[in-house]
Design a binder for this molecule. Structure first.
Ligand SMILES: Cc1cc2nc3c(=O)[nH]c(=O)nc-3n(C[C@H](O)[C@H](O)[C@H](O)COP(=O)(O)O)c2cc1C
Length: 246
């Protein structure tokens, strides 16, 4: 009798253990996901930041900027000003006409590109990831906190990404263009990223800043770090900073 009682208790205990294991199994993936995504949790609030209006003149000619442009990968840690950041973003995709046309050409004006500021050190705003709103020339806070270390790791450990006070990321929603042009739209989107990136590099020269375009990175990791929607792909990362030793 006591041994039968004991067997009953063991069966009951095993059943509970089984139920607990099933529950843990079901929760496991979501718990793991929540932990790994904690660092890049997007903000719920819609925080918009007004940035300085772009300027339309500078001390350097277009020809000089073209001649001076070089890939620069060593920067000082000094912060960029909000004026500099504003101008770099405007150069990438700023609105230049009332109908929404921009600094860079776009196939059929479909505008597949989005531009993000990965701010590490910028006077007047906190470290974080911000989306540039071309129409209103504002920043929208996406993630608060410095993600440069993880971005550099996703870019195969390239130190310039970690050390630049800012990185400008160019991403694309391919469907905006492929919906109209089909497969060929893919190449149009890539062209457009090149136009926007070159604008940023030339604008950096005009400010005596160094920049380099980065194409070597893991797409899926960058996508996660920038908290991009499923339909948006990262194409370029452009670290920008004051040139070290100049
Ligand atoms: C599509 C593309 C991807 C690139 N990716 C990287 C990169 O991941 N890392 C890097 O340090 N430079 C990268 N570069 C910069 C080239 O190394 C650089 O443009 C080249 O050495 C010529 O030097 P210059 O830009 O000073 O004229 C890339 C350039 C292009 C056009």
């Amino acid at each position: 009798m006591p041994s039968r009682l004991l067997t009953g208790e063991i069966v009951k205990a095993l059943s509970w253990l089984f139920v607990i294991l099933i529950m843990l199994g079901a929760l496991g993936p979501s718990l793991a996901c929540a932990a790994s995504e904690k660092e890049i949790m997007p903000l719920a609030e819609n925080i918009r930041i007004t940035i300085p209006e772009p300027k339309y003149s500078s001390d350097i000619s277009m020809e000089e900027a073209l001649r001076e442009r070089r890939s620069i990968r060593d920067y000082t840690a000094e912060a960029l000003t909000l004026e500099e950041v504003s101008q770099l973003l405007w150069a990438a995709q700023g609105k230049t006409s009332p109908d929404g046309k921009r600094t860079a050409p776009s196939a059929g004006a479909t505008y597949p590109l989005e531009v993000y500021l990965v701010a590490g050190a910028v006077d007047g705003i906190g470290a974080g990831v911000y989306r540039y709103d071309s129409a209103s020339h504002e920043l929208l806070l996406v993630i608060s906190g410095d993600v440069r270390d993880s971005l550099a790791e996703a870019a195969l450990g390239q130190a310039c990404v970690r050390e630049a006070p800012v990185n400008i990321a160019i991403t694309a929603v391919f469907e905006r263009t492929t919906n109209r042009y089909g497969e060929r739209g893919i190449r149009y989107v890539h062209f457009e990223a090149g136009h926007a990136a070159q604008n940023v590099c030339l604008q950096a020269v005009a400010f005596d800043l160094g920049s380099v375009v980065i194409g070597a990175f893991y797409d899926d990791r960058v996508k996660k770090i920038l908290n991009l929607p499923a339909t948006e792909e990262p194409l370029y990362i452009i670290p920008v900073g004051r040139i070290a030793g100049s």
